[in-house]
Design a protein around this ligand. Structure first.
Ligand code: TNX
Length: 543
């Protein structure tokens, strides 16, 4: 009899558990959040939204976060919540609280059946807690729920970036805003804006109107493409839009190379170039060049509150042939005891670094600036030449802060599938989702001796072969998710695993569907054919 009773109760418990499990799709599985939070403990049951649910904020300083989230809930999930400034905890609330013990971007998200509490030391952490919450909301038949869960989370890196090149092909304001939206959802916090290069100057500078009247005409695929650039008002609008999403915008004004658009507009500033790289450089030996740059930066610092200006400084040797014969440059090299044309280049970088510093900003440059003699407390280095790991090591040994962005696997103009025809490869290598995902694990040895100097990492999208949004989206997603997780989640602590990540990618792809965002679907390749990209025949000189 007793045995029978025990069996019966075991059966009842079993059936109960089975029901509970099948109702709660999360129980026993991972939560579907990208980037994966550092610490997650799943409970039983759900919080359910209803028309009485309130968004409560404990401090007036949090009103802007609450306002913005009220809109997210309404627009994305058709959930209406009313706001209430109230320190008293009650039921049926999302309660935003301050906790000064937490780090700048850290948060705690505590979902219980009767309330959701999100804690952080300020707006940034709360914003990220609410991004996590947005990924946890499930809506079915008009009913929205969130699984009971306790999350403690904070990023490993403070620099989690995405770079867009709008010089080669101009995408425009609406595209940029959508990228900022998705970046925010993925907790990325730096938008590096490559605004000038050979093909086009894309930022209005009032003092030098020809930069946009003439320098903004043309694109990589069409030298006669109509003028396209951002007015200063548009730049301000985008910087503000980004700031609301806790994204810093860092402008890049490329020099002394990649400056053809400047040479076209103001030939007196041009240091020449040759063949395909005509007018590629700024003239490095004229005082007027440095005045010109200083005046441009005066306007740049007004537009961008970020503490950095990126000056490029890459690939000068592509088009500095005329430096070898220009009498003024040759005389300058002699008079200043510079070793040679490379010495001239390094002098230029040091001068520009002084200009940037004098305006209260730190300079960022590509890894060509490692040996220029700029001081590590005045400049930051973006390591991009994956085939030169010694430059990364040297930069770290010299004391520089660095940002990781090696071509393999951080360049999204590289193809992501062996069958893809348009885009770059390097000695046959390319950047599959899995390659990008494994980045933080693979790079850890190279940076382990100087962990504090690694500010973070970013994905770069160069747009020579990307002419429109459809293809830009395709090259960006889903690889951006892998960069976001590498930059946010501590690989060791969270035990990252590609197969498990794939499941979450599938869910995030559905989220992108809501906005008609195009992407490559690595799980169903035929469903997402490679979109056309300009196929001008010239091969990029570096690989
Ligand atoms: C190298 S990355 C460049 C860019 C190109 C890119 C294409 C870097 C600092 N310079 O000018 O667009 O390769 O992958």
């Amino acid at each position: 009899m007793n045995i029978r009773k025990t069996r019966l109760s075991t059966l009842v418990i079993f059936i109960f558990c089975f029901l509970a499990l099948s109702l709660n799709t999360y129980a026993g599985s991972e939560i579907n959040v990208i980037p994966k939070p550092q610490k997650v403990s799943l409970g039983q049951g759900y919080f359910s939204f209803n028309p009485q649910t309130k968004l409560v904020y404990a401090d007036n300083a949090l009103k802007s976060v609450a306002d913005a989230y009220q809109n997210v809930l309404k627009n994305e999930f058709s959930i209406q919540v009313t706001l209430q400034n109230n320190k008293v905890l009650s039921e049926n609330v999302i309660d935003l609280q301050l906790d000064s013990k937490l780090g700048k971007e850290a948060y705690v998200l505590d979902v219980q059946t009767d309330k959701i509490v999100c804690k952080a030391s300020g707006n940034a952490g709360l914003f990220y807690g609410l991004q996590t919450l947005a990924q946890l909301i499930q809506t079915e038949n008009g009913k929205s729920t969130v699984p009971v869960v306790f999350i403690e989370d904070a990023p490993v890196y403070g620099w989690r970036g995405y770079m867009l090149d709008e010089s080669r092909h101009f995408m425009g304001k609406d595209v940029v805003k959508q990228y900022l939206d998705i970046m925010a959802r993925l907790k990325l916090n730096v938008f590096h804006w490559h605004l000038t290069d050979e093909q086009g100057w894309r930022i209005e500078i009032k003092r030098y109107p020809l930069l946009t009247q003439e320098g903004s005409v043309g694109s990589w695929s069409d030298a006669n493409a109509p003028s396209a650039f951002y007015t200063q008002d548009e730049i301000k609008e985008i910087v503000e839009y980004a700031a609301q999403r806790h994204i810093m915008v860092v402008p890049e004004i490329d020099m002394p190379g990649h400056a053809t658009a400047v040479g076209r507009s103001y030939p007196e500033i041009s240091g020449g170039g040759e063949g395909r790289w005509k007018d590629f450089t700024f003239h490095p030996a004229r005082e007027t060049t440095y005045e010109f740059i200083s005046n441009i930066f005066d306007e740049v610092v007004e537009l961008f509150p970020a503490p950095y200006i990126h000056i490029g400084a890459d690939e000068v040797h592509f088009g500095n042939q005329s430096w070898f014969t220009d009498p003024q440059i040759q005389k300058f090299i002699k008079n200043h005891n510079l070793k040679d044309e490379i010495g001239m280049e390094h002098y230029f970088v040091r001068r520009v670094c002084d200009i940037v510093n004098a305006k209260g900003r730190k300079m960022i440059g590509w890894d060509e600036i490692v040996n220029t003699g700029v001081s590590p407390d005045k400049a930051i280095i973006m390591w991009w030449r994956h085939d030169k790991p010694e430059l990364l090591t040297q930069a770290l040994n010299d004391g520089f802060d660095i940002i990781l962005t090696p071509r393999i696997p951080c360049y999204f103009d590289f193809v992501q599938d062996d069958n893809h025809k348009i885009g770059r490869r390097w000695a046959g290598d390319f950047n599959e989702l899995e390659t990008v995902y494994n980045f933080s694990g693979n790079i850890s040895k190279l940076i382990s001796s100087h962990p504090k100097q690694v500010l973070g990492m970013q994905a770069n999208v160069w747009t020579e072969r990307i002419k429109d949004k459809k293809r830009l989206d395709f090259m960006t997603y889903p690889r951006l998710m892998a960069i976001a997780e590498n930059a946010w989640t501590d690989n060791k602590a969270a035990n990252l695993n590609y197969n498990e990540f794939e499941n979450r990618v599938k869910i995030f792809l559905k989220y992108l569907d809501q906005f008609n965002i195009n992407y490559f679907n690595p799980f169903n390749k035929n469903s997402t054919p490679e979109p056309w990209g300009p196929d001008r025949q010239d091969v990029l000189a570096d690989g």
